[in-house]
Design a protein around this ligand. Structure first.
Ligand code: OAD
Length: 235
């Protein structure tokens, strides 16, 4: 079974949902988390991306996210993102549920996007919850209203997922005919529970497919950009 099989399934499906992870954005130049060159190979996530790091090691926490936010400025969505946006416009997709925090799906043109892990391009105060401009966070400022610590609207280890994004993803995945999982190791709970909640066909597009233990109907090994372009040829 190949890319043409997936295209055929997409054309037959009344409701297709995409679930993406960091591997969707590596072709844009953004590292993933668990590959050889991923963030968590060099840095322990507990020291920079957890509730404890925000509370007890704020300067390092802030430095880590400032670095990630700055690096986004040099990167743009790639052909694979554009194909997903085009599929939504053509009525081939119901929702992109993403663990990515870069907003590249929206930049490429997708409108139906659920940000399961939040994003790093909007900021709020950890103490009072009010939204503040990104520039304040980048300038090491404190909250204008209460002098609290500023932070990106990203989900940290130790926090629950945004309820609306989770409920929407769950509902669409449960009723989908087809779920296409792209560029995620599926190691992180609770998002890794989502594919199994679908009664529809399950497809996995990933560079490394050896470690996956879920029950996929079709596995397409390769980069997201290449595989999506191949599938698109048949649509
Ligand atoms: P991972 O780094 O765990 O997994 C990325 C997967 O994408 C790996 O299996 C890679 O082999 C694959 N991959 C890399 N480049 C690819 C490409 N060009 N095309 C296709 N596949 C490719 O990243 P996630 O599964 O997204 O959480 O990680 C889940 C969460 O863990 C992240 O959202 C982040 C992290 O801690 C938060 O920030 C809250």
């Amino acid at each position: 079974m190949t890319a043409s099989t997936l295209a055929q399934w997409m054309l037959q499906s009344n409701s297709t949902v995409i679930l993406t992870g960091a591997g969707m954005s590596t072709e844009s130049g953004i590292p993933d988390f668990r590959s050889r060159t991923g963030w968590w190979k060099n840095i322990d996530p507990r020291t920079v991306a957890s509730v404890e790091s925000l509370q007890q090691n704020y300067e390092l926490f802030r430095e880590f996210y400032q670095m990630r936010i700055k690096s986004l400025a040099d990167c743009t969505p790639h052909r694979g993102h554009e194909i997903l946006a085009d599929w939504e416009t053509r009525g081939l997709l119901k929702l992109v549920a993403t663990q990515n925090v870069d907003r590249f799906h929206q930049q490429a043109g997708n409108k139906a996007v659920a940000e399961l892990h939040g994003n790093i391009v909007t900021i709020r105060c950890q103490a009072c919850g009010k939204p503040l401009p990104l520039g304040h966070f980048m300038d090491n400022a404190v909250c204008t209203y209460c002098k609290g610590k500023l932070r990106p609207n990203v989900v940290l280890f130790g926090e629950t997922l945004p309820q609306e994004a989770w409920n929407r993803s769950l509902k669409e995945i449960q009723s989908a005919d087809l779920v296409i999982v792209i560029g995620t190791s599926l190691e992180v709970y609770p998002v890794n529970q989502l594919p199994a909640m679908s009664k529809g066909k399950l497809v996995y597009i990933n560079l490394d497919v050896a470690g996956n233990s879920q029950n996929f109907d079709l596995i397409l090994q390769g980069t997201a950009g290449e595989v999506l372009a191949e599938v698109d040829k048949y649509l």
